[in-house]
Design a protein around this ligand. Structure first.
Ligand code: ZN
Length: 55
């Protein structure tokens, strides 16, 4: 059975950083009803400070 095509998830702060295992990602944030994944805690903090910059 072919694997279902999932859209890739990227860290909003690092567009080239793909979150390959979102289920294991602990740096998440709910933003405007959308769950976001961050590669590091620092990225998450950067985003929280200025979310408009990244959306
Ligand atoms: Zn990042």
């Amino acid at each position: 059975m072919p694997e279902a095509k999932k859209s890739k998830i990227f860290c909003p702060c690092c567009p080239k950083w793909e979150i390959k295992r979102p289920e294991q990602c602990s740096n998440t944030l709910l933003h405007k009803r959308k769950k976001l994944y961050f590669c590091t805690k620092r990225c998450k903090e950067r985003f929280e400070k200025d979310p408009e910059k990244f959306v």
